[in-house]
Structures are given as C-alpha cells and as structure tokens.
Design a protein around this ligand. Structure first.
Ligand SMILES: Nc1nc2c(ncn2[C@@H]2O[C@H](COP(=O)(O)O[C@H]3[C@@H](O)[C@H](n4cnc5c(=O)[nH]c(N)nc54)O[C@@H]3COP(=O)(O)O)[C@@H](O)[C@H]2O)c(=O)[nH]1
Length: 827
C-alpha cells in the first residue's frame, strides 16, 4: 500500500542542482510528505532498490554510467512494479515518450514543470502503476480462465460444435474431429446436416471413420458467438453403449423367445410383487394384462386389486423370502372367463451376493391332471369298494369282513366284552339256482341280503362270503339268549314268503354260532367254529341255529390233527393207490380199473379216502394228492401194458377243486407225456356237482380234455342235479350210476326206477353206463337185464393193491354167474 504521508521516492540524478530543485519543488507542493533518496549512478540506484521498497522513482535519462534510456530499462527490468517518471531535457522528449510506451508511467521535461505538476505527476505515476497492475492481474486471470476453458474444450470427450445461423460449423473441438474423422479445418465451414431438436436429446446414427456405424446423442442450445446468434451442439458418442444395449436387447430378446417357446407360464416377480419378466403363456393368463405397460403388479392382482398379493402361507413370495422352493395350486381366471388350475413352482431369485431379489414362478396347467386324479380317486374308491364288497348284494365281502372281525376282536379284548359270529348257509339254495336259473338265484340272494341287513344294528356287520354263505358279526352282546334271539330273528325274517319271477319261495337257512372268547380268540378260529356249528345245524335238519359246542370243538381239533397228519403223509409217502376192476356185464371180462387212493398210516393202518378226501378237498391238499394219484396210476398202468397186460381203461377220480385247477390241462398232458400212457386209456371221473357248479367253464375244460383224447365219466350220477339239457352238451362217454341207487335197487322200487331211467338216458345219449357198488348177483342181474354195460363192486372185487390186482386181471376167469364155474372173489 502506498502511504502518501511517507512516500518513499528514489531520485536518480547525477546533477546536484537538478536534484535539489526536485526536492524543493516537492516540498513546496506539499501535496504529500515524502522521503527522498538520491542515487547519482545506475549502480547505486539498482543497489538502493534492492535494499528498500520505493513507491516511485524519478529517473534522469542520462547518467555517467548509463546511456540514453539505459537507466530506465535496467531499473524497470529489475523492479518492474516500481512506477518510474522520466526526467528529460527538451531534446530528449521523444525518447521519453518511447520509454513511457515501454513501461514508464510519465515524463517531465526539466525546467518545464513547477512544484504542483511535479507532485501531480508523481501521484499520477503511482496511481497509474497501481491501475496498470490491477488491469494486468485481471487480464492474466482472464487469460488463464480462457486457457482453462480452452483446455476443457480441447480435452472434452464429447464433440462440441458451434453452428452459425446457417447451420454452418464455425467451431469444432478435437473430439468433433475424432467423431467425424476429419480435421477441424475441414469441419469449419461445412454445413451440419443432422436434424436436432433444440433443448432435446436426439439420437443420430451415421457412418463414421472406416464406414463404421456411429450412434451419437446430440443436444443443441442457442448461444451468442462472436456477437451473433449461434447454436452450441454437443454430441456424445454412445455407439458402445448402444451396442451394449442392443446386445442386451438381443440377449433379452433371445431369452424372451426361449421362455416364450415354453408352453407353460413363466413369470418373474420382484419383492414388491411386480412382474419383471413373463413369457407369452403367462401374458395370456393375466386377465387385464396391460401389455406394454408392464411391469404390472403381481399376477394375483386381477383377483384382489386392493392388495398386491394374497399373503399368507400360500403366497410364493412369503416362502421365497425364506429362500425355500414352494409348490401350490393356483386358480387363474382366463380372459375368456374359464377358471383353470395351475401348479405353481416358486423358486427364489437370488442375486450374486445370495440375497433374494424376487421369485421365479413356473406354472403348469394341471386342470386335466387334477380332473383325471379326481376320477382316478373316484375309480380307486369304486375299485376299493368293489374289492371289499360283494358285487351282487353290495354287502362286505370276506376280506372286509375278516378285517372288521379282527378290529372288533381287538376292541372286545380291550373292553373285555364278548362278541358273536354267525355263519349262515341257505338251505337248498342250489335248487333255486338250478330250477329257476341264475338270474332268479341272484334276485333271491339280494333279497336275503336285504332281510339280513334289516335285522341287525348299525354296529353289526352282515357280509356275504360267496354262494349262499353269509356271516354276521354281532358286537357288544350281553348273553347267549340275546344271540339266540338274534339267530331266531334271522330265521324268522328269512322264512317270510319271497316272490321271485312269479314264484313263491320260503327261504330257510342253517346258522352256526361261535362266541368270543368262549369258543376261540382269533378271527380264523372263530370262523371255523361257526362253520362247524353251521354244519351241525344242517345235520340237525336245517332251518335252525346251533352254537359251537365242546363236542364240535373236539371234532374240529381232530380235523386239525388229521390235516397236519395228512400233510406229513404226503411228505413221508404214506399214500398208496389201489385199483378196483370194472367189468363188462355182457362180455364177462374186465374192461377197466378205477384208481383209488389209500392212506397207509403207520399207527392207524389203512385209512379210507372217505375219511380224508373231504378234508383234503377243504384244505386244498387234494391238488398235490390228486396229481400224485394220477401220475402213479398212469405210470403203473403203462408198466402193466409194457408187461403185456391187456389194455384196460384206467379210471381216476378228479375232485371238484382239481377240476377247477388252472393248470389242469397242462398237468394231465404232462403226466400222459411223461408216463407214455395212451390218452384214450385214461378216463377221468368227475362228479355231477363239480360240473354243475360252473357249467360254462366245466364244458370248456371237458372239451379241452376230450381233445387230448382222454375219456370223461360222470361219477355218482343221479345224486346231483344235472339238468338234462346240460348233459347233452357235455363231451362225456360214460355215466356212472351212484351206488346209493344200486344198493337198494332190488328192494326199493324208486331206486330201481331211477337206475332204469339212467340206463335209458345213457342209451339215448349214446353213452356207456357203469353201475358201481354191485354187491349181489341180483343187483348184477337186474343191471344186466336192463341194459347196463359195465359194473363195479365188491361182488367182483374190492379195490386191491398193485400186486394183487395184476394177478386178478391176468388170471381172470369168468364167474359170479358170468359163466358156469363159480369162483370166490379174489380179495
Ligand atoms: N378225488 C379223489 N377221490 C377219491 C380218490 N380215491 C378215492 N376217492 C373217493 O373217495 C371216496 C371213497 O372211496 P373208497 O373208499 O375208495 O370207495 C370206493 C370204493 O371202494 C367203493 N366201492 C366200490 N365197490 C363197492 C361196493 O360194492 N360196495 C361198497 N360199499 N363200496 C364199494 O366205492 C368208492 C368208489 O367210488 P367212486 O369214485 O364214486 O366210483 C369215493 O367217493 C371216491 O371217489 C382219489 O384218488 N381222488
């Protein structure tokens, strides 16, 4: 700061007079107070300037050690901010003016100024220097700012272009050169042809350097340039960004096409339930889908517009937030109004850091599947019902009954309560079936089922085991009297008149009763006891009921013991086959042999098949026993043939169970093959009841056997219920008159008449006829006289073991009235 109260003035003057004059004039002027320092040489002046800061210097042009103007130049050079006033002579004025142009602030011509003009000039010089300094500082700053702006523009990444009012480029920065691939000189003066909207971002695409497509984002704004209105255009190269965007778009498009190709709806929602991505199928699902306006709220919105989502356990988002995959069934109402069921699998959408961003929902229309499953369930229920119920009466079948019985037993055991089981068998139901036909039989059984159902409490169970067998489970019974009353109720209810197909029927039944815990403790035993009691009821005249008794118990026990002994007998080969000859009553010679099984018990001796065959039939043991008998007899007979015995017909019994055996035909074929016995020498005896049980299947089996060449005979004929119309269809070759008729044919007129009728029937049907159980000559004569072809019985021979029968057959001599000589029977 200049202090005019203590102005420091350097006077550079070599002449004392002139110096004194200056001092005096300054003092006289009194314009300011000053301190004057005199330097008479340039060296001094420069040295003084170094030691002290002067406010102003008055400099004489000529000094002894410096030439014209040199003083100013050196001083100004050394102290450029020091204001200098040149003191010159008249002839030096031009030189002084030059020096003012070179930086001096003012000049005074010696002798030409007074005190005030000197003081004013000093003050003027100081102030001018200050002003100059200020201007200089401002200029420098302006220049620096301009330079910085220039640098920015030069290095700015975006192209900057200035267009004049004719859209001619008047300025372009290096980035513009780079963008357009040409120099600034070329650009300037060139028209700018791209359309840009003022104040708005516009995208322009053109071919840049090397013909490569370039995309720029341009913005234009109005400016003043060199005093004229102009447009400032900035262009940002967004080619890479665009390429990236296009790549992303392409990938997104690809992804979209891929998921659009998936027929099932796929949807990605964010945590705000907004749909971020969806495929075509999902779009079609969303009723009211705003199309391009998506992302829309989550798919549940159409249902519940007031809430973003049906939260709760079924909400996929709730599960996804926990990071779990969830599956649920979701109903969608399609735009056409139909409601379809979708199985939605919701998987959490995770970001790279594992945080959950949203949810991926893949849905599948399972409407048809659910429908099919529903039908399947219904079918299964139906099947299950069918599996557990009797199709004719809709009563529980054996399987369900046993299950209920077991449950009831468990309950009875827990509660320490007795229960009763009734085994009910209709009396002579077979007659109904045979005489009125199966459809009437079915109606009959349905009515019986309904009557039985009407007699029981809800807690009791009535079931049909098959055929004419029913079982009834009575729970929570109080005493035997109550059970008796119930049994009598059943009998009473059944015995009411029943009309079937115009026929009046009066059904009766035999009921066997077993009690828990008195008779047995498990289901199977209870059933056996009731069954045994039912047989007793049958024996005692039918249409009655019987409780299981101790006597029956011991009989049942006996049967059990027999069963296990019979099993052992098979294993230990205690069975034997005996043979009984069959004779031609006219030709008086053996025509056949019947194979009959025997059980050679180690302790009890020979046991009759009548004692074990029924049990074997009941337990199924008849299957291995029957096969063994057939195999043994066929082998034996072949052996006899090989030994030269005359070919006789071998008769083997086929039980009811064997006859229904699945592999019967294969088994017989295999035995014939294996034994080598000609099939025409084998005759299978089938009882009437075996055939009549299931006539249709029986006929099929018989035909198959006939085709093999095997002969068939109906055993015990007359004791069953063969319908004559059926008989015609049977491919049989023989009827065997039941021995019950033969036994009394000479004494009971009815038996003789039946026997006669059977023989006539056989003749009419062109069948052979054989009478069994012939014990007397009278019987034989009667039969022979009435045209019976063959006979079998103790009169000729009892069934004999292998060795004896062979002797008998080989040494056969007619007797017993066949011939003249009478011989005792060989047995
Ligand atoms: N499924 C099979 N059943 C068989 C088999 N072996 C025998 N049986 C059947 O057992 C029942 C009893 O047989 P069995 O004690 O052998 O009695 C037979 C003869 O001994 C007996 N018979 C023969 N002649 C007379 C006689 O003059 N008087 C008289 N009281 N009995 C006599 O008849 C039985 C033969 O019967 P059938 O078979 O009907 O011709 C019996 O039902 C056998 O069928 C076998 O291996 N499998």
């Amino acid at each position: 700061m200049v202090d005019y109260n203590d102005l420091k003035i350097l006077l550079v003057e070599d002449q004392n007079t002139a110096a004194t004059l200056v001092r005096e004039q300054l003092a006289t002027a009194k314009s300011f107070r000053f301190h004057l320092t005199l330097a008479d040489r340039l060296d001094n002046a420069l040295a003084l300037g170094r030691r002290q800061d002067f406010d102003v210097a008055l400099v004489d042009l000529g000094l002894p050690d410096a030439g014209d103007g040199e003083v100013f130049e050196r001083l100004h050079q050394r102290y450029p901010e020091l204001p200098i006033v040149i003191l010159c002579d008249d002839d030096q004025e031009q030189r002084a003016i030059d020096l003012v142009r070179s930086g001096a602030q003012a000049y005074l011509v010696k002798g030409g100024f007074g005190p005030s003009s000197l003081a004013n000039t000093v003050r003027y010089a100081i102030e001018r220097q200050k002003l100059y300094k200020a201007v200089e500082t401002t200029s420098i700053q302006a220049v620096e700012a301009g330079a910085r702006l220039q640098t920015l523009i030069q290095h700015y990444a975006d192209a900057i272009i200035v267009l004049d009012h004719n859209d001619i480029i008047s300025f372009a920065n290096p980035a513009a050169e780079e963008l357009f691939g040409t120099s600034q000189e070329n650009l300037i003066g060139t028209p700018f042809i791209f359309p840009l909207k003022p104040g708005k971002n516009s995208e322009i695409e053109f071919l840049g350097k090397g013909g490569m497509p370039v995309v720029v984002e341009g913005l234009t704004s109005a400016i003043e340039w060199d005093g004229y209105p102009a447009q400032l255009v900035t262009l940002r190269n967004i080619t890479s960004r665009k390429q990236l965007e296009r790549k992303i778009d392409a990938e997104r498009g690809f992804l979209q096409r891929v998921i659009d190709g998936v027929m099932d709806p796929i949807m990605v929602t964010d945590l705000d339930c907004r749909v971020r991505l969806k495929n075509k199928a999902a779009g079609q699902l969303l009723a009211g889908d705003p199309g391009d306006n998506w992302p829309l709220r989550c798919h549940r919105l159409p249902d519940r517009p007031e809430r973003p989502c049906r939260s709760g356990s079924s909400c996929s988002l709730a599960e996804a937030r926990k990071g779990a995959v969830s599956r649920h069934i979701q109903d969608y109402r399609l735009p056409d109004g139909r409601v379809r069921h979708f199985e939605v699998e919701a998987t959490p959408l995770k970001s790279d850091d594992g945080s959950i961003q949203g949810i991926i929902e893949a849905s599948r229309d399972v409407t048809e599947r659910l429908l099919a499953e529903k039908h399947l369930r219904q079918n299964q229920q139906t099947l299950q019902h069918l599996a557990l119920h009797d199709p004719l009466t809709d009563l529980p079948n054996r399987m369900l009954f046993i299950d209920r019985l077991r449950q009831a037993l468990a309950k009875a055991r827990r509660n320490d309560r007795p229960l009763a089981l009734m085994f009910l068998d209709l009396d002579r139901f077979k007659n109904v079936n045979d005489s009125l036909g199966h459809s009437c039989g079915d109606l009959f059984l349905q009515e019986i089922a309904s009557r039985l159902g009407g007699c029981v409490r809800e807690t009791d169970t009535v079931a049909r085991l098959g055929g004419d067998e029913f079982v009834i489970l009575l729970e929570d019974i109080h005493d035997n009297h109550a059970v008796s009353r119930m049994a009598q109720n059943f009998l009473n209810s059944l015995s009411r008149k029943l009309q079937v197909d115009g026929h009046d029927l009066y059904p009766t039944a035999s009921i066997g009763i077993s009690l828990y815990p008195n008779d047995a403790e498990d289901a199977e035993e209870l059933m056996k006891c009731a069954d045994a009691a039912m047989y007793l009821a049958k024996e005692r005249g039918r249409n009655t009921y019987q409780f299981f008794s101790a006597e029956l118990k011991s009989k049942a026990h006996e049967m059990l013991t027999l069963e296990s002994a019979l099993r052992q007998a098979i294993q230990q080969e205690q069975l034997r086959v005996h043979y009984q000859p069959q004779y031609s009553l006219t030709r008086r010679k053996p025509v056949g042999l019947e194979a009959l099984v025997r059980w050679e018990h180690p302790e009890r001796g020979l046991i009759s098949p009548a004692d074990f065959i029924p049990l074997a039939e009941e337990t199924g043991l008849i299957i291995p026993i029957g096969e063994w008998v057939l195999r043994t007899a066929c082998r034996q007979h072949k052996k006899w043939l090989d030994q030269g015995m005359r070919p006789l017909r071998l008769a083997v019994n086929l039980s009811r169970r064997q006859f229904r055996q699945n592999n019967l035909i294969e088994m017989i074929g295999e035995i014939l093959d294996e034994s080598g016995l000609p099939p025409e020498l084998l005759e299978l005896e089938i009882t009437e009841s075996s055939i009549m049980n299931d006539v249709e299947n029986a006929i099929g089996t018989m035909h198959a056997l006939r085709e093999m060449g095997v002969h068939l005979a109906i055993d015990d004929f007359g004791s069953g219920y063969s319908s004559l119309s059926c008989l015609k269809q049977f491919p049989i070759s023989k009827l065997k008159i039941d021995q019950s008729f033969v036994r009394d044919l000479t004494s009971v007129a009815g038996d003789a008449a039946i026997t006669h009728a059977i023989i006539d029937l056989a003749r009419n049907l062109k069948l052979e006829v054989v009478a069994e159980g012939i014990e007397t000559r009278e019987q034989m004569r009667f039969l022979k006289k009435n045209g019976c072809h063959h006979g079998q019985g103790f009169l000729f021979s009892k069934p004999l073991p292998v060795k004896k029968i062979a002797v008998l057959v080989q040494n056969w001599v007619p007797r017993f009235g066949f011939g003249r000589r009478m011989m005792p029977a060989l047995s």
